[in-house]
Design a protein around this ligand. Sequence first.
Ligand SMILES: *Cc1c(COP(=O)(O)O)cnc(C)c1O
Length: 389
Amino acid sequence: MSATKIIHSIPSDPLTGAISVPVYQTSTFIQEAPGVNKGFDYARSNNPTRKVLEDLVAKLEHGHSGFAFATGLAAIDSVLKLLSAGDEIVAVDDIYGGAYRLFTHVYEKLGIKVNYVDTTEVDNVAEAVTSKTKLVWIESPTNPTLKVSDIKAISNIVKSVNALLVVDNTFGSPIGQNPIDLGADIIIHSGTKYIGGHSDLVAGLVITKTKELSEKIKFVQNASGGVLGPWDCFLTIRGIETLDLRFRKQCENALKVALYLEQHDAVDQVFYPGLKSHKNHEIANSQQNGLFGGVVSFSLKNDTQDAANEFVTSTAFFKLAESLGGVKSLLCYPAQMTHASIPREKRLQAGITDSLIRLSCGIEEADDLILDLENAFKSVQKEAEVLFV
Ligand SMILES: *Cc1c(COP(=O)(O)O)cnc(C)c1O
């Protein structure tokens, strides 16, 4: 969807002409007679501010309907509630850690089995699906090693067993990639990341392809009640107004940063789907509209926790924090932060080495970000020399 369409899909207030979307901070709505209302009766079921956001994200992702939840994980949870005991899920092996925790520690004990496979190889998906598979769950690109899966090819396999394909499109962003067009049935987003875009809220979104799925998610949303409040809906809508602008700048910065890192002496590997050296570059290029996101990961030749620690505490513009997708650049150290709870051996298998560092490029000037990284490399170098003396 073009920037023009995004901006002009956000309605002004029909009541007052207010150009921005009003925050309907209300729990209930007066009824003229029992059951006679203006389309809203209770704020868990629906809220006018939330409705603007939900309609907007449905358009952004070319879906039938959108649903806003309190967090990305609440959005994921609502999709899992479509399942029953005995059902199975085939999921991408380096799935978001919070989703793994939810699948394993909440849903497996309720009788839902999850089979994790490397979905970058389509054959692995074909081998893993059974007649009990109800969902195939992928992320593309993944976190933090940015593996890319062929959504269209996977959707063909999923259709052949009558299951649903769910794509967590948080890293793709609706600007870069629209999975429903590629055969997905349900899209989820952590609105906390690119969509909100200012590191000032947590939010989750579900977008459904069909009316039938919309009715099911709508039922769960109202029955379980994990909705996004009106103020955060307003902030998310405001975030979406600049999503196109921000995401393009972040992609531009990330590509420059990735190219800089690729030629740096102290760097071992760089993970960025926009690089020709990335093993899924071709499929990423065709499926992501040439927009590869703001996240770049890399490892150091000095593959030690000490070197990585020195690096991540030596930057000025890249702030050390979890999360990604905001206007301010962030960096994170997966081995000791997001992936600290995973045993080292498993972590290494997933490519998360002792020195792997994840950058989330913001909208600052690329030259400033590169200078910041250059200074951090010097600091690591200096520290190593001190130790040597
Ligand atoms: C952050 C994230 C989530 C979870 O979203 P929250 O808003 O933190 O609950 C899910 N998937 C991906 C890929 C994420 O990066």
